[in-house]
Design a protein around this ligand. Structure first.
Ligand code: GAL
Length: 358
Protein backbone atom coordinates (compact mmCIF):
# COMPACT_ATOMS: atom_id res chain seq x y z
CA UNK A 1 0.00 0.00 0.00
CA UNK A 2 1.47 3.39 -0.91
CA UNK A 3 1.55 6.24 1.60
CA UNK A 4 -1.48 8.04 0.11
CA UNK A 5 -3.68 4.91 0.29
CA UNK A 6 -2.42 4.14 3.79
CA UNK A 7 -3.43 7.63 4.97
CA UNK A 8 -6.85 7.34 3.29
CA UNK A 9 -7.52 3.97 4.91
CA UNK A 10 -6.38 5.19 8.32
CA UNK A 11 -8.73 8.16 8.02
CA UNK A 12 -11.49 5.76 6.97
CA UNK A 13 -10.98 3.46 9.93
CA UNK A 14 -10.84 6.41 12.33
CA UNK A 15 -13.99 7.91 10.81
CA UNK A 16 -15.78 4.57 10.99
CA UNK A 17 -14.87 3.96 14.61
CA UNK A 18 -16.13 7.45 15.44
CA UNK A 19 -19.33 6.57 13.59
CA UNK A 20 -18.86 9.52 11.20
CA UNK A 21 -19.97 7.71 8.10
CA UNK A 22 -20.83 4.13 7.30
CA UNK A 23 -19.54 2.31 4.22
CA UNK A 24 -16.09 3.84 4.49
CA UNK A 25 -14.44 0.50 5.19
CA UNK A 26 -16.40 -1.03 2.34
CA UNK A 27 -14.95 1.56 0.00
CA UNK A 28 -11.55 0.55 1.24
CA UNK A 29 -12.20 -3.06 0.23
CA UNK A 30 -13.75 -2.06 -3.07
CA UNK A 31 -10.84 0.08 -4.13
CA UNK A 32 -8.18 -2.45 -3.25
CA UNK A 33 -10.04 -5.64 -4.20
CA UNK A 34 -12.43 -4.80 -7.05
CA UNK A 35 -12.72 -7.80 -9.36
CA UNK A 36 -12.08 -7.43 -13.09
CA UNK A 37 -15.80 -7.22 -14.01
CA UNK A 38 -16.05 -3.98 -12.03
CA UNK A 39 -18.59 -5.32 -9.50
CA UNK A 40 -17.76 -4.78 -5.85
CA UNK A 41 -16.21 -7.87 -4.34
CA UNK A 42 -18.19 -9.52 -1.55
CA UNK A 43 -16.25 -9.74 1.71
CA UNK A 44 -17.32 -12.14 4.47
CA UNK A 45 -15.80 -12.00 7.95
CA UNK A 46 -15.55 -15.06 10.17
CA UNK A 47 -14.81 -14.59 13.86
CA UNK A 48 -13.93 -17.92 15.48
CA UNK A 49 -13.59 -18.86 19.13
CA UNK A 50 -10.85 -21.40 18.62
CA UNK A 51 -8.91 -23.62 16.26
CA UNK A 52 -8.08 -26.08 19.03
CA UNK A 53 -10.30 -28.96 17.98
CA UNK A 54 -9.57 -30.58 14.63
CA UNK A 55 -13.07 -29.79 13.36
CA UNK A 56 -12.53 -26.02 13.54
CA UNK A 57 -9.44 -26.35 11.36
CA UNK A 58 -11.62 -28.15 8.83
CA UNK A 59 -14.24 -25.38 9.07
CA UNK A 60 -11.56 -22.77 8.37
CA UNK A 61 -9.94 -24.67 5.49
CA UNK A 62 -13.23 -25.53 3.79
CA UNK A 63 -14.55 -21.98 4.13
CA UNK A 64 -11.38 -20.61 2.58
CA UNK A 65 -11.58 -23.05 -0.33
CA UNK A 66 -15.29 -22.43 -0.87
CA UNK A 67 -14.79 -18.65 -0.79
CA UNK A 68 -12.15 -18.91 -3.49
CA UNK A 69 -14.42 -21.13 -5.58
CA UNK A 70 -17.25 -18.61 -5.27
CA UNK A 71 -15.01 -15.61 -5.95
CA UNK A 72 -15.63 -13.92 -2.60
CA UNK A 73 -13.10 -12.71 -0.08
CA UNK A 74 -13.14 -14.18 3.43
CA UNK A 75 -11.36 -12.77 6.48
CA UNK A 76 -10.91 -15.28 9.31
CA UNK A 77 -9.66 -14.73 12.83
CA UNK A 78 -9.65 -17.02 15.87
CA UNK A 79 -9.63 -15.70 19.44
CA UNK A 80 -8.13 -18.60 21.37
CA UNK A 81 -10.99 -18.73 23.85
CA UNK A 82 -10.57 -15.08 24.83
CA UNK A 83 -13.80 -13.05 24.81
CA UNK A 84 -12.15 -9.64 24.65
CA UNK A 85 -9.94 -10.77 21.81
CA UNK A 86 -12.95 -12.14 19.92
CA UNK A 87 -14.80 -8.84 20.32
CA UNK A 88 -11.73 -6.85 19.17
CA UNK A 89 -11.19 -9.12 16.16
CA UNK A 90 -14.87 -8.93 15.19
CA UNK A 91 -14.84 -5.15 15.55
CA UNK A 92 -11.79 -4.99 13.36
CA UNK A 93 -13.60 -6.94 10.64
CA UNK A 94 -16.63 -4.67 11.03
CA UNK A 95 -14.38 -1.64 10.57
CA UNK A 96 -12.94 -3.23 7.44
CA UNK A 97 -16.47 -3.16 6.04
CA UNK A 98 -17.31 -6.85 5.67
CA UNK A 99 -20.67 -7.46 3.99
CA UNK A 100 -21.67 -10.22 6.40
CA UNK A 101 -20.09 -11.28 9.69
CA UNK A 102 -20.14 -14.95 10.64
CA UNK A 103 -19.43 -15.67 14.31
CA UNK A 104 -18.71 -18.92 16.16
CA UNK A 105 -18.85 -17.42 19.64
CA UNK A 106 -16.66 -18.44 22.56
CA UNK A 107 -19.27 -17.09 24.96
CA UNK A 108 -22.88 -17.21 23.79
CA UNK A 109 -23.96 -14.25 25.93
CA UNK A 110 -20.91 -11.99 25.61
CA UNK A 111 -21.00 -12.23 21.81
CA UNK A 112 -24.30 -10.28 21.78
CA UNK A 113 -22.05 -7.17 21.83
CA UNK A 114 -20.63 -8.22 18.46
CA UNK A 115 -24.13 -8.39 16.96
CA UNK A 116 -24.87 -4.87 18.22
CA UNK A 117 -21.64 -3.46 16.79
CA UNK A 118 -22.22 -5.14 13.42
CA UNK A 119 -25.82 -3.95 13.23
CA UNK A 120 -24.75 -0.41 14.05
CA UNK A 121 -22.84 -0.54 10.75
CA UNK A 122 -25.66 -2.29 8.88
CA UNK A 123 -23.82 -5.60 8.75
CA UNK A 124 -25.91 -8.76 9.20
CA UNK A 125 -24.63 -11.51 11.51
CA UNK A 126 -24.70 -15.25 10.89
CA UNK A 127 -24.26 -17.35 14.02
CA UNK A 128 -22.03 -20.23 12.91
CA UNK A 129 -22.45 -23.65 14.57
CA UNK A 130 -22.95 -22.04 18.00
CA UNK A 131 -25.88 -19.76 18.74
CA UNK A 132 -25.37 -16.22 20.06
CA UNK A 133 -27.88 -15.69 22.87
CA UNK A 134 -30.06 -12.66 23.61
CA UNK A 135 -29.29 -10.81 20.41
CA UNK A 136 -30.96 -10.04 17.07
CA UNK A 137 -29.02 -12.69 15.19
CA UNK A 138 -29.94 -12.63 11.49
CA UNK A 139 -29.32 -16.30 10.72
CA UNK A 140 -28.12 -19.42 12.53
CA UNK A 141 -26.50 -22.26 10.58
CA UNK A 142 -25.66 -25.40 12.52
CA UNK A 143 -26.52 -29.02 13.09
CA UNK A 144 -29.51 -30.20 15.07
CA UNK A 145 -27.59 -30.09 18.32
CA UNK A 146 -30.26 -31.56 20.58
CA UNK A 147 -30.31 -34.48 18.20
CA UNK A 148 -26.56 -34.92 18.74
CA UNK A 149 -27.36 -35.55 22.41
CA UNK A 150 -30.32 -37.79 21.52
CA UNK A 151 -28.07 -39.95 19.35
CA UNK A 152 -25.49 -40.33 22.13
CA UNK A 153 -28.20 -41.22 24.69
CA UNK A 154 -29.99 -43.66 22.38
CA UNK A 155 -26.77 -45.44 21.49
CA UNK A 156 -25.70 -46.18 25.05
CA UNK A 157 -29.16 -46.93 26.45
CA UNK A 158 -29.52 -49.59 23.75
CA UNK A 159 -26.15 -51.05 24.72
CA UNK A 160 -26.60 -50.71 28.44
CA UNK A 161 -30.18 -49.95 29.53
CA UNK A 162 -29.22 -50.24 33.21
CA UNK A 163 -26.36 -49.10 35.41
CA UNK A 164 -24.28 -46.20 36.65
CA UNK A 165 -24.02 -43.40 34.12
CA UNK A 166 -21.57 -40.49 34.05
CA UNK A 167 -22.21 -37.35 31.97
CA UNK A 168 -19.22 -35.21 31.02
CA UNK A 169 -20.38 -32.12 29.18
CA UNK A 170 -18.77 -29.27 27.29
CA UNK A 171 -18.17 -25.58 28.02
CA UNK A 172 -20.96 -23.94 30.04
CA UNK A 173 -20.36 -20.77 28.00
CA UNK A 174 -21.25 -22.60 24.75
CA UNK A 175 -24.97 -22.88 24.03
CA UNK A 176 -24.32 -26.12 22.14
CA UNK A 177 -23.04 -27.78 25.30
CA UNK A 178 -26.45 -27.20 26.90
CA UNK A 179 -28.31 -28.49 23.85
CA UNK A 180 -26.15 -31.64 23.72
CA UNK A 181 -26.83 -32.26 27.39
CA UNK A 182 -30.56 -31.66 27.06
CA UNK A 183 -30.72 -34.05 24.10
CA UNK A 184 -28.94 -36.81 26.03
CA UNK A 185 -30.93 -36.25 29.24
CA UNK A 186 -34.26 -36.38 27.38
CA UNK A 187 -33.36 -39.93 26.36
CA UNK A 188 -32.06 -40.94 29.81
CA UNK A 189 -34.98 -39.48 31.75
CA UNK A 190 -37.42 -42.43 31.59
CA UNK A 191 -34.59 -44.82 32.52
CA UNK A 192 -33.59 -42.60 35.45
CA UNK A 193 -37.23 -42.23 36.53
CA UNK A 194 -37.81 -45.98 36.66
CA UNK A 195 -34.54 -46.52 38.53
CA UNK A 196 -32.75 -48.50 35.80
CA UNK A 197 -30.13 -45.80 35.27
CA UNK A 198 -28.33 -44.04 38.06
CA UNK A 199 -26.80 -40.75 36.99
CA UNK A 200 -23.92 -40.97 39.46
CA UNK A 201 -21.88 -37.97 38.24
CA UNK A 202 -22.39 -35.02 35.90
CA UNK A 203 -20.09 -32.09 35.18
CA UNK A 204 -19.44 -29.58 32.43
CA UNK A 205 -15.86 -28.99 31.20
CA UNK A 206 -14.53 -25.43 31.03
CA UNK A 207 -13.65 -24.48 27.43
CA UNK A 208 -14.15 -28.10 26.38
CA UNK A 209 -10.74 -28.95 27.85
CA UNK A 210 -9.83 -32.63 27.70
CA UNK A 211 -7.77 -32.18 30.90
CA UNK A 212 -10.93 -31.01 32.73
CA UNK A 213 -12.83 -34.02 31.42
CA UNK A 214 -10.03 -36.28 32.62
CA UNK A 215 -10.30 -34.78 36.13
CA UNK A 216 -14.08 -35.24 36.10
CA UNK A 217 -13.66 -38.87 35.13
CA UNK A 218 -11.08 -39.46 37.84
CA UNK A 219 -13.47 -37.94 40.39
CA UNK A 220 -16.39 -39.99 39.10
CA UNK A 221 -14.38 -43.20 39.38
CA UNK A 222 -13.15 -42.39 42.88
CA UNK A 223 -16.60 -41.37 44.11
CA UNK A 224 -18.13 -44.60 42.77
CA UNK A 225 -15.31 -47.03 43.59
CA UNK A 226 -14.79 -47.56 39.84
CA UNK A 227 -18.38 -48.80 39.42
CA UNK A 228 -19.22 -46.86 36.29
CA UNK A 229 -21.06 -48.58 33.43
CA UNK A 230 -21.38 -45.83 30.80
CA UNK A 231 -19.73 -42.47 30.14
CA UNK A 232 -21.48 -39.97 27.89
CA UNK A 233 -18.93 -37.40 26.76
CA UNK A 234 -20.24 -34.44 24.80
CA UNK A 235 -17.42 -34.46 22.23
CA UNK A 236 -14.34 -36.39 21.18
CA UNK A 237 -11.92 -34.07 22.98
CA UNK A 238 -13.61 -34.67 26.33
CA UNK A 239 -13.94 -38.39 25.47
CA UNK A 240 -10.15 -38.51 25.01
CA UNK A 241 -9.70 -37.04 28.51
CA UNK A 242 -12.19 -39.47 30.07
CA UNK A 243 -10.56 -42.44 28.33
CA UNK A 244 -7.15 -41.47 29.76
CA UNK A 245 -8.68 -41.54 33.25
CA UNK A 246 -10.32 -44.91 32.54
CA UNK A 247 -6.99 -46.24 31.25
CA UNK A 248 -5.31 -45.32 34.57
CA UNK A 249 -7.73 -47.79 36.20
CA UNK A 250 -7.36 -50.43 33.45
CA UNK A 251 -10.96 -49.70 32.43
CA UNK A 252 -10.39 -48.34 28.94
CA UNK A 253 -12.29 -50.46 26.41
CA UNK A 254 -14.44 -51.94 29.20
CA UNK A 255 -16.68 -48.94 29.83
CA UNK A 256 -18.55 -47.55 26.80
CA UNK A 257 -17.66 -43.91 26.07
CA UNK A 258 -19.45 -41.66 23.55
CA UNK A 259 -18.17 -38.64 21.68
CA UNK A 260 -18.89 -36.20 18.88
CA UNK A 261 -17.01 -34.65 15.93
CA UNK A 262 -15.58 -37.78 14.28
CA UNK A 263 -12.06 -36.55 15.00
CA UNK A 264 -9.36 -38.78 13.56
CA UNK A 265 -8.18 -39.82 17.05
CA UNK A 266 -11.75 -40.76 17.99
CA UNK A 267 -12.28 -42.76 14.79
CA UNK A 268 -9.08 -44.65 15.60
CA UNK A 269 -10.27 -45.28 19.16
CA UNK A 270 -13.58 -46.57 17.80
CA UNK A 271 -12.04 -49.14 15.46
CA UNK A 272 -9.57 -50.08 18.21
CA UNK A 273 -12.34 -50.46 20.82
CA UNK A 274 -11.70 -47.68 23.37
CA UNK A 275 -14.67 -45.54 22.33
CA UNK A 276 -18.04 -46.91 21.20
CA UNK A 277 -19.34 -44.11 19.01
CA UNK A 278 -19.00 -40.57 17.84
CA UNK A 279 -21.48 -38.20 16.27
CA UNK A 280 -20.34 -37.23 12.82
CA UNK A 281 -21.23 -33.75 11.65
CA UNK A 282 -20.05 -33.42 8.06
CA UNK A 283 -18.21 -30.10 8.30
CA UNK A 284 -18.03 -29.50 4.53
CA UNK A 285 -21.84 -29.36 4.45
CA UNK A 286 -21.94 -26.86 7.31
CA UNK A 287 -19.19 -24.61 5.95
CA UNK A 288 -20.52 -24.63 2.39
CA UNK A 289 -24.12 -24.03 3.44
CA UNK A 290 -23.10 -21.18 5.75
CA UNK A 291 -20.94 -19.51 3.13
CA UNK A 292 -23.55 -19.86 0.39
CA UNK A 293 -26.21 -18.36 2.66
CA UNK A 294 -23.85 -15.57 3.74
CA UNK A 295 -23.29 -14.69 0.08
CA UNK A 296 -27.06 -14.55 -0.44
CA UNK A 297 -27.33 -12.25 2.58
CA UNK A 298 -24.61 -10.03 1.14
CA UNK A 299 -26.51 -9.84 -2.16
CA UNK A 300 -29.76 -9.25 -0.27
CA UNK A 301 -31.24 -12.34 -1.89
CA UNK A 302 -33.79 -14.60 -0.27
CA UNK A 303 -32.29 -16.99 2.28
CA UNK A 304 -33.99 -20.37 2.70
CA UNK A 305 -34.20 -21.71 6.25
CA UNK A 306 -35.65 -24.92 7.68
CA UNK A 307 -36.13 -24.06 11.33
CA UNK A 308 -36.15 -21.41 14.03
CA UNK A 309 -34.27 -21.58 17.33
CA UNK A 310 -35.09 -19.37 20.33
CA UNK A 311 -32.08 -17.48 21.66
CA UNK A 312 -33.70 -15.75 24.65
CA UNK A 313 -34.56 -12.64 22.63
CA UNK A 314 -35.97 -13.81 19.30
CA UNK A 315 -36.73 -16.96 17.35
CA UNK A 316 -33.67 -16.99 15.12
CA UNK A 317 -34.17 -18.08 11.51
CA UNK A 318 -32.07 -21.22 11.25
CA UNK A 319 -30.71 -23.76 8.85
CA UNK A 320 -30.01 -27.00 10.72
CA UNK A 321 -28.22 -30.03 9.29
CA UNK A 322 -28.49 -33.67 10.34
CA UNK A 323 -25.86 -35.33 12.53
CA UNK A 324 -24.98 -39.00 11.96
CA UNK A 325 -24.00 -41.80 14.39
CA UNK A 326 -20.66 -43.43 13.61
CA UNK A 327 -19.44 -46.63 15.22
CA UNK A 328 -17.21 -49.55 14.28
CA UNK A 329 -19.92 -51.04 12.02
CA UNK A 330 -20.60 -48.07 9.76
CA UNK A 331 -17.13 -46.42 9.78
CA UNK A 332 -16.55 -47.57 6.20
CA UNK A 333 -19.96 -46.34 4.96
CA UNK A 334 -19.64 -42.90 6.51
CA UNK A 335 -16.21 -41.48 7.39
CA UNK A 336 -14.23 -43.48 4.86
CA UNK A 337 -16.83 -43.28 2.08
CA UNK A 338 -17.09 -39.48 2.46
CA UNK A 339 -13.29 -39.15 2.50
CA UNK A 340 -13.57 -37.39 5.89
CA UNK A 341 -10.47 -39.30 7.04
CA UNK A 342 -8.32 -41.65 4.99
CA UNK A 343 -8.75 -45.42 5.50
CA UNK A 344 -5.01 -45.90 6.18
CA UNK A 345 -5.13 -43.32 9.00
CA UNK A 346 -8.27 -44.59 10.71
CA UNK A 347 -7.13 -48.23 10.63
CA UNK A 348 -3.42 -47.58 11.05
CA UNK A 349 -3.13 -49.54 14.31
CA UNK A 350 -5.27 -52.44 13.11
CA UNK A 351 -3.29 -55.36 11.61
CA UNK A 352 -3.82 -55.49 7.86
CA UNK A 353 -5.57 -58.88 7.88
CA UNK A 354 -8.11 -57.58 10.42
CA UNK A 355 -9.05 -54.42 8.51
CA UNK A 356 -12.36 -54.29 6.62
CA UNK A 357 -12.19 -54.73 2.86
CA UNK A 358 -11.83 -51.38 1.07
C1 GAL B 1 -19.15 -27.19 20.01
C2 GAL B 1 -19.16 -27.83 18.65
C3 GAL B 1 -18.52 -29.17 18.73
C4 GAL B 1 -17.16 -29.14 19.43
C5 GAL B 1 -17.11 -28.17 20.60
C6 GAL B 1 -15.71 -27.83 21.05
O1 GAL B 1 -19.81 -25.98 19.99
O2 GAL B 1 -20.46 -27.95 18.15
O3 GAL B 1 -18.42 -29.71 17.42
O4 GAL B 1 -16.16 -28.91 18.53
O5 GAL B 1 -17.80 -26.99 20.39
O6 GAL B 1 -15.09 -26.89 20.23
Amino acid sequence: MNMKKRIISLVCIAALSLGLFAGCGKKQEATTEAPADGKKEIVIGFSMDTLKEERWQKDRDILMARAQEKGVKILIQAANGDDNKQIAQAENMISQGVDVLMVAPHNAEVAATIVESAHAEGIPVLSYDRLIKNADVDLYVSFDNEKVGNLQGEYVTKMNPKGNYVYIGGAPTDNNAHLFKKGAMDVLKPFIDNGDINLVYEQMSKDWQPSEAQKHMENALTANKNKVDVVICANDGTAGGAISALAEQQLSGKVPVTGQDAELAACQRIVEGQQVMTVYKPIPKLAETALDLAIKMAKKEEVKTNSTVANGKIDVLSYLLEPVVVDKDNMMDTIIKDGYHPFEEVYKNIPEDERPAK
